[in-house]
Design a protein around this ligand. Structure first.
Ligand SMILES: [Zn+2]
Length: 342
C-alpha cells in the first residue's frame, strides 16, 4: 500500500474541497481493489464526515481493467478504429468510447495546467504557426467541420486547437439537397463557426505568449486571419508571415511545421484519415480524440525522431522530461489533484 496523502477532500460540496478549509482526516480501514486485489487505504473527512480513498482521486476509479489504459491511449493515436481497438484489447466497443470520453477532458486539463505554469514563468516565446484542417461529422458534404490548430514552430508543441461547424458544401446532388433540408429542419441552418474557432486559437496564444515579446506568426493568406490577430495583439508583432497555401509543401515552405502537424493528425487520429469509415459521427467525440492527440504530441512522443529523449513540452522547458502514458492517466486532472503532485 502506498503512503498516499490526500491533498483535499474529493467531495465537491465539502468546505475542505476547494473552500480554503484545510483537510483534516483520519485513516478508516482498507479494502481490496476489485480490478487487481491491491489493498487501498480509506480515509474519513472530519469536515463532511464522508469516506474516500486514494482511488477517489484516480482517473481509473471504478473502471474495470484499468491496466489497459496506457495501451488504449496508444491505440487512440495510432490510427486504430474503435472496433479494432476493442478486438485487440478484448474489451467492449462501448468501453473504448467511454475511455475516450474520460481521457479527453482529463488530458485537456493536464495541458491547461502546463499552459498556466508557462504563463506564470514568463510565457512562451519564439515563432508560432497556425492553420485549419478540414474534416466532417457523419457526412463529408453536409456536415463539414474545421479544426484550427496553433503550434510553436521550433518544437511543434500544440498550443491550442478548436473545432467548429462549416456550412454544407455547394453543388449538391438532388438527393443530398433533400437530406440537407431535412437536417436543417431538425437542427437549423448550419453556419460557419470558423471565425469564432480561429479567434479562440489566437486568444489561447495571447494568454500564453510572453507579454514583453513581439509576436511572430506564420499562417496562410486567408483574408479573415489578420483582423483577428490585430484585434488581440494590436501592432505588437515582429513578423506576420502569410504564405500562399498553394506553395509547394516541402520543408522550405514557411508553413511546413504546421502542415506537418496537420499531416500527423491525419495519419494518427483514425477519424481524420481521408476517405475513412472511421470518420467522426459526432463533433464532441472528435474533440475528446483531438485532446488525447495533443497530450500525446506534447508530453509523451519525442519531439522529433532524432531527439528520442525530449518531448516538445520538455524542449520548451515546461516539463523536465518526457512522460509515460500511464503518468498522464493516473489522476483526474485538473479537478482532483493539486499542481504540486505532477
Ligand atoms: Zn469532506
Amino acid at each position: 500500500m502506498s503512503a498516499f496523502v490526500p491533498p483535499f477532500c474529493p467531495i465537491q460540496l465539502c468546505t475542505a474541497h476547494s473552500g480554503g478549509v484545510p483537510l483534516r482526516y483520519y485513516r478508516d480501514g482498507t479494502y481490496a481493489r476489485a480490478a487487481d486485489g491491491r489493498r487501498v487505504q480509506r480515509f474519513r473527512c472530519r469536515s463532511c464526515g464522508r469516506r474516500f480513498s486514494s482511488q477517489s482521486f484516480r482517473l481509473d476509479y471504478r473502471q474495470q481493467k484499468p491496466r489497459i489504459n496506457a495501451q488504449l491511449l496508444g491505440c487512440f493515436v495510432s490510427k486504430v478504429t474503435h472496433r479494432q481497438t476493442a478486438r485487440i484489447l478484448r474489451i467492449d466497443r462501448k468501453t473504448v468510447q467511454r475511455r475516450l470520453r474520460c481521457f479527453g477532458p482529463s488530458l485537456r486539463g493536464w495541458h491547461a495546467h502546463f499552459l498556466a505554469r508557462a504563463r506564470q514563468c514568463g510565457g512562451l516565446s519564439g515563432a508560432f504557426s497556425f492553420d485549419e484542417l478540414e474534416t466532417f461529422e457523419h457526412d463529408r458534404r453536409l456536415q463539414p467541420v474545421t479544426v484550427p490548430v496553433m503550434i510553436h514552430r521550433a518544437t511543434r508543441f500544440v498550443v491550442h486547437l478548436e473545432t467548429a461547424d462549416l456550412p454544407a458544401r455547394g453543388g449538391l446532388s438532388a438527393m443530398d439537397t433533400a437530406r440537407k433540408h431535412a437536417l436543417e429542419k431538425r437542427h437549423g441552418r448550419r453556419k460557419s463557426g470558423s471565425t469564432r474557432a480561429v479567434e479562440a486559437c489566437i486568444l489561447a496564444l495571447k494568454n500564453v505568449h510572453a507579454p514583453r515579446e513581439l509576436l511572430q506568426l506564420v499562417m496562410d493568406r486567408k483574408s479573415s486571419y489578420p483582423p483577428i490577430v490585430r484585434r488581440h495583439f494590436g501592432n505588437r508583432f515582429a513578423a506576420l508571415i502569410r504564405e500562399s497555401s498553394t506553395t509547394p509543401r516541402n520543408p522550405l515552405n514557411p508553413l511546413f511545421p504546421i502542415n506537418h502537424t496537420l499531416a500527423m493528425l491525419r495519419d494518427q487520429v483514425s477519424r481524420l484519415v481521408r476517405r475513412s469509415w472511421a470518420a467522426s459521427k459526432k463533433q464532441t467525440e472528435l474533440v475528446h480524440h483531438l485532446w488525447i492527440f495533443v497530450a500525446w504530441r506534447n508530453y509523451i512522443r519525442p519531439m522529433f525522431n532524432r531527439t528520442p529523449m525530449i518531448s516538445s513540452a520538455a524542449a520548451l522547458g515546461l516539463t523536465n522530461r518526457r512522460y509515460r502514458p500511464a503518468e498522464l492517466l493516473r489522476w483526474k486532472w485538473p479537478d482532483l489533484m493539486p499542481a504540486s503532485s505532477i
